[in-house]
Structures are given as C-alpha cells and as structure tokens.
Design a protein around this ligand. Structure first.
Ligand code: NAD
Length: 487
C-alpha cells in the first residue's frame, strides 16, 4: 500500500485505529490504485478526539502567545524541509500534478504556520478604553475546541489555514479531512507534535458526511470552520445553530472574470487559464464565467484555444505534467455530465469536451475544456462544475456585464482585466464578492483575507482577520470609585 498511514486517526499525539469504523479506501486518482485503507471514526473515536482536545486546550490557553507562535514557526520550518515528500503525498491524495503541489500546497500550509506564528505576540492584544476615572479593557480569549472540516482540493493547505489561527489563539482543533483525501492532514498532525505542540491540540479523525455531524453537534465544540459546497454549508450552519456555535463557511462559487477590450490580452488569457485549469479546475474561487468584451472576443478565444491545447496532461508525478486527473471517479462523471449539458444547451465547444486520449489506464482525467457563446441561463453558466471547464460569455457594456456578473447566488470571488485604473476600481467596487483581483486571478497569499459573501459563505481565513474568527473579546469594566446607588 503506497501511502498507508500507521492508523486512520491521530489523537492525543498518537495514531489510533478503531476497526469498528466503516472501512474506506484512499485511491490515487491518476491510476485508480488503492493506496491506503482506513476506517471512518466511530462515535467512540469522536468522543476521544474531542475529550483530548478539551483537556489540552485548558493548558494551552495559559501559554504565552510568543511561545505558541514559536511552535508554529518550527512546524513551518519542518514543512519546508519536507516539502518534496509532503508534496508527493499531496499528489497521491489528490492527483494534482507535483509541479503544482510543490509550490502551492505544503508551502502554503507552512506560510500559514509562519504568518500566524509570527503575529502571535502582537496580534492577540486587547485594548484599553478610558472612561474618565474608570476604565475598561478587553482581552482576546480563545473559543475552546474548534472543529475544522475540509474539502478535497487542498487537503494540507486547508488543515493549516484552519489549524494555524485556531492554535495561535489558544484553541484546540479536531480536524476532519474529506473522505476523498484523508492522508495529508495526518502528516500535519505528526509535524505539529514534532515541532513541540502539546498532545491533543491538533487531532485528526477520518470520516464522511455521517461523521461530520457528530463533531458539529458535539456539546464540547465551540466553533466549526467548514470548507465545502453550499449545500453542505447550509446543513453544517443549521446544525451549529442548534447550539449557537461560532461558524466560518468557505463555500463554493461561480465567479466572474471580466476582460475589457483594453486589457493585456495575453495576461487575461493566462489569468483565465489559471483561474479555470489550475488544480484541474477544482478551486472554489475559480473565475468560471469569463466575460469577454465583444471587440476582443475572437482574438481572446484564438489565443485561449492555442494555449489550452498545449497544456501537458499526464502522470502527476512527472514534473512536466501541468494537468492531472479529477479527484475521484464520481467527480469526473459529474464534470462530464456538465460538459454534455453545455453541448446540449447550445454552447460552442472551442476545445476539449471529453476524456483525453493520451493518458492510459484508470485515471479520472478530463480534457481542459472551453465553451464559447455561453449565455447566462445555461446550466454550465449557473452551477459550480468544479472541473476544468471554462465558460466564455460575450458582453458589450460595463453596466450590463456587472449586472450579469452579480446575477448569481454565489459571491466568492471575481476579477477584472483592464488597462483603465478607474474602471478597474469601479468594477471591483460593484462586484458582489468577498475576494477580488485586478489584472490577475486566484492569488491568495496568507497576508490577505480570503472568503465569500452571499451564498459563498461568511467569516474570513488568513490575515489578521482570521484571529477574530477563532477568538472572542472579554470586556472588563474597572471602577475606581465607590458605587453610587439611588437606593
Ligand atoms: P462537500 O461539501 O461535499 O464536503 C466538504 C466536507 O464536508 C467533507 O469533509 C465532507 O465529508 C463534509 N460533510 C459533508 N456533509 C456534511 C455534514 N452534513 N456535516 C458535516 N460535514 C459534512 O465538498 P467537497 O466536494 O469536498 O469540496 C468541493 C466544494 O468545496 C466545492 O463547492 C468548492 O467550491 C468548495 N470549496 C470551497 C473553498 C473555499 O475556501 N471557499 C475551498 C475549497 C473548496
């Protein structure tokens, strides 16, 4: 078994198995080969993970932020030292090409540990509020046991983006990776222990949609941070509301990317390709509705087609490969059915549209696909596909394109390519989304807040803002004189 971990779960500093849990297999998406056999968490495992986190959190909350930060920074160093091995594991877990994972996955996780470790000492200060002779002060206090639930597109990054701010604020975390990608988070848990994190503060348990609710509804859990689809977000938010838990929701999107006629066209084509084909299109913030001004539409499509047809599809472990398979057979089938819907509803297939014939075997590959002449009502323009399928829509006028871009329940991201600075700012101001880019797409360094609006979620990951979502303020009023009471 290529990537068999010592056991399915990591609790209180060690690997733990409970063979009473539902067995499941981890499959390498490029070949269909079983690379690990695991068990979903039983209720007993959930109890054990939450109890260990609850116990450990009490002591951790009393550790100084500087000391907490030091451990996270050490974890970042270890991740960087092991980047190649961790990237290889991420590729096995997801099927994403090593060319990507080596620059975008463990390194991004390490950035989160380094950033939050670095700001720990200053970022958690409270404030002093003068009130005449009296005063008040605020303290930023941890929430307690936080639960992280991950999607399958960035398993290591998601574990770190949630774990780093949670831990630095003095919380413990129980993390449940996606059942499609169970492996990476276990390594993050191991590395945190090696870096000096006390046992129980970062536990990983396996499972699927049956396991998630056991965590979300657990009375000892104070907060849930989910990365997943909108339907899952609705269920998790509703379950968390039963006990008024804190919630962060990083959900799906159908984001607009608008290319005006004065844009640097090669950059716009490059941005659109990165925003649709990176990670085989399995990126929540992707600009999947590419609105291109009529005046440059033909030129844009010609350059896009030529560059898309040069994408190297193949073995994800080969460093030359630029596009790997979808994460699972089910996801590939879903993407292929959207491609069929695009054809049936009258969109023009510019390139792709099926399974590539240069890759052999059982891998879940889909060709990078571009549809033109897409109209707003088509299924492929309205629903999140989560695969390498780009929809190009035409537009003529700024007001018109903004109205059409906003005509969606989603609001995760958006982008604009134009040489006109005023127009760029005007457009991003009017786009209803949480994260926007001007003349680039999908860059998400840890320094900037990331998250959605509308049905794409609430709360923010990364940046100083994340601290607010893993802590709360305690306010203390201090009276300096005697109490004056009218009775
Ligand atoms: P999903 O919603 O199917 O599953 C996400 C996670 O939730 C999994 O770990 C799953 O086991 C768990 N889950 C499912 N039902 C649950 C329930 N009722 N209670 C608790 N947990 C439950 O999503 P996916 O297919 O793994 O990922 C793809 C989706 O995630 C896409 O919609 C994508 O846009 C979104 N996503 C969003 C972001 C972001 O940051 N906004 C990032 C990556 C992916």
């Amino acid at each position: 078994m290529k990537a068999q971990p010592k056991a399915s779960h990591f609790i209180d500093g060690e690997y733990v198995e409970d063979t009473a849990g539902t067995p499941f297999e981890s499959v390498y998406p490029a070949t269909g080969e079983v690379i690990a056999r695991l068990h979903a968490a039983t209720p007993a495992i959930v109890e054990r993970a939450v109890a260990s986190a609850k116990r450990a959190q009490k002591e951790w909350a009393a550790v100084s932020p500087t000391a907490r930060g030091r451990i996270l920074k050490r974890a970042a160093e270890i991740m960087r030292e092991r980047n190649r091995a961790l990237s290889g594991l991420e590729t096995l877990d997801t099927g994403k090409p090593i060319q990507e994972t080596i620059v975008a996955d463990p390194t991004s996780g390490a950035d989160a540990f380094e950033f939050f470790g670095g700001i720990a000492a200053a970022g958690l200060n409270g404030s002093h509020i003068p009130l005449g002779q009296d005063f008040a002060f605020t303290k930023r206090v941890p929430l307690g046991v936080c639960v992280g639930i991950g999607a399958w597109n960035y398993p290591q990054q998601i574990a770190c983006w949630k774990g780093a701010p949670a831990l630095v604020c003095g919380n413990a975390m129980v993390f449940k990776p996606s059942e499609n990608t169970p492996l990476g988070a276990l390594k993050i848990a191991e590395i945190l222990i090696e870096a000096g994190l006390p046992k129980g503060l970062f536990n990983v348990i396996q499972g699927d949609r049956a396991t998630g609710p056991l965590l979300v509804e657990h009375p000892d859990v104070a907060k849930v941070s989910l990365t997943g689809s909108v339907p899952t977000g609705r269920k998790v938010a509703a379950a968390a509301a039963g006990r008024l838990k804190h919630v962060t929701m990083e959900l799906g999107g159908k984001s607009p990317l608008i290319v005006f006629d004065d844009a640097d066209l090669d950059s716009a084509v490059g941005g659109a390709m990165l925003g649709n084909f990176y990670s085989t299109g399995q990126v929540c913030s992707n600009g999947t509705r590419v609105f291109v001004h009529n005046a440059v539409r033909d030129d844009f499509l010609a350059r896009l087609k030529a560059r898309t047809e040069r994408i190297v599809i193949g073995d994800p472990m080969d460093e030359a490969t630029q596009l790997g398979p979808m994460v699972s057979y089910a996801q590939r089938e879903k993407v292929l059915s959207y491609i069929e819907a695009g054809k049936a509803e009258g969109a023009t297939l510019v390139t792709g549209g099926g399974i590539p014939n240069n890759v052999s075997g059982e891998g879940y590959y889909v060709q990078p696909t571009v549809f033109a002449d897409v109209t707003d009502g088509m299924t492929i323009a309205r629903e999140e596909i989560f695969g390498p399928v780009m929809c190009v829509l035409d537009f003529e006028d700024e007001d018109e394109v903004i109205a059409r871009a906003n005509a969606t329940e989603f609001g995760l991201s958006g982008g604009v390519f134009t040489a006109d600075l005023s127009r760029a700012h005007r457009v991003v101001d009017r786009l209803e989304a949480g994260t926007l880019w001007i003349n680039t797409y999908n860059l998400c360094p840890v320094e900037i807040p990331f998250g959605g609006s509308k049905q794409s979620g609430f709360g923010r990951e990364n940046s100083l803002s994340a601290l607010e979502h893993y802590s709360e303020l305690k306010t203390v009023y201090v009276a300096m004189g005697k109490v004056e009471a009218p009775y």
